[in-house]
Write a protein that binds this ligand. Structure first.
Ligand code: 0O2
Length: 211
C-alpha cells in the first residue's frame, strides 16, 4: 500500500497544533487567576514516519488500519509538578466537550514492567477540514516532571540498545525509576512549602518587571 504521508499526516499535525494551544490555554487560565496550575508545561508531536512504520511492524498493524489501530500518531504530553496534579488534569480533560475520551490507561497505579509511569488518555478529536469533519485518535500522556525525566532517558537508551538493555543498565534504570518515584513522594510531602515559595517568587518577579 502506497501512502501519501503529507496528506495522511496533515490532520494529525492540525490536531496537535490545535490541542497544544487549547491545553496551554488551560495553564494560562490558572495563571491569570493567580492559582497554582496543575499543568507545568505542554508538548506535542506527530509521530515520525519511521516510528509509525516500526510500530506497525512490531504490532502487526496493516498500513490501511493504522488510522484506527495506532492511537498515538498524534501525541500530547502534559507535565505536572506533583502526582496529585495528574488527577486534577485528568478531571479537567474529562469535563471538556471538544473531544470524546475513548480509553484511559493508568500506568501510575500499575507501573509498566520497565518502570514507566504515566497516565494515558486516548481521545477522538474532530478536525475541521475543507472536505468536512475528520475525527482522529490522539494520545495525551499526563505525568510528573520526575516521571518525564525518567521516561525521556529510558526512551533514548531504548533507542540506542533497541530494547535489549545490558543487565547493568537495566538494573540502573529500575533503580532510577524507584528514585523518581521517591522524588515524587518527597515533593508531595513538602508541596505546601514549595507552592508558598513559588507565589512569593512570582510576586517578586512581577514587581521587578513593573519597575
Ligand atoms: P514514542 O517514540 O514515544 O512515540 P506499547 O507501544 O505496546 O508499549 P501502546 O499500546 O502503543 O503500547 O500504548 P501505550 O503503552 O499506552 O503507549 C505507548 C507510548 O507510551 C509509547 O510510545 C511511549 O511514548 C510511552 N511508553 C510506554 N511504555 C514506555 C516505556 O516503558 N518507556 C518509555 N520511555 N515510554 C513508554 P512509543 O510508540 O513507544 O514511542
Amino acid at each position: 500500500m502506497n501512502i501519501d504521508w503529507d496528506l495522511f499526516l496533515a490532520p494529525y499535525k492540525q490536531a496537535v497544533d490545535e490541542l497544544k494551544i487549547k491545553l496551554k490555554g488551560m495553564r494560562n487560565q490558572f495563571e491569570k487567576q493567580g492559582i497554582h496550575s496543575p499543568i507545568e508545561f505542554v508538548t506535542g508531536r506527530v509521530k515520525p514516519i519511521p516510528s509509525i512504520l516500526d510500530k506497525a511492524t512490531k504490532k502487526n498493524i496493516p498500513l490501511d488500519k493504522i488510522e484506527e489501530e495506532m492511537q498515538d500518531i498524534a501525541g500530547l504530553r502534559m507535565m505536572c509538578q506533583f502526582v496529585d496534579d495528574i488527577k486534577r488534569v485528568v478531571e479537567l480533560l474529562r469535563k471538556r466537550n471538544d473531544f470524546e475520551i475513548v480509553e484511559e490507561r493508568d500506568y501510575i497505579t500499575r507501573k509498566k514492567e520497565s518502570g514507566y509511569r504515566s497516565y494515558h488518555i486516548v481521545i477522538r478529536y474532530p478536525v475541521q477540514t475543507i472536505d468536512g469533519e475528520k475525527k482522529i485518535l490522539v494520545e495525551i500522556q499526563v505525568r510528573t516532571l520526575a516521571m518525564n525525566f525518567w521516561a525521556t532517558i529510558e526512551h533514548s537508551l531504548n533507542y540506542k540498545y533497541r530494547g535489549q538493555f545490558p543487565k547493568e543498565i537495566e538494573n540502573r534504570l529500575q533503580r532510577a525509576a524507584e528514585a523518581a518515584f521517591r522524588l515524587d513522594e518527597e515533593m508531595s510531602q513538602i508541596r505546601g512549602e514549595i507552592q508558598e515559595a513559588q507565589v512569593i517568587f512570582s510576586r517578586k518577579k512581577e514587581a521587578q518587571d513593573s519597575d
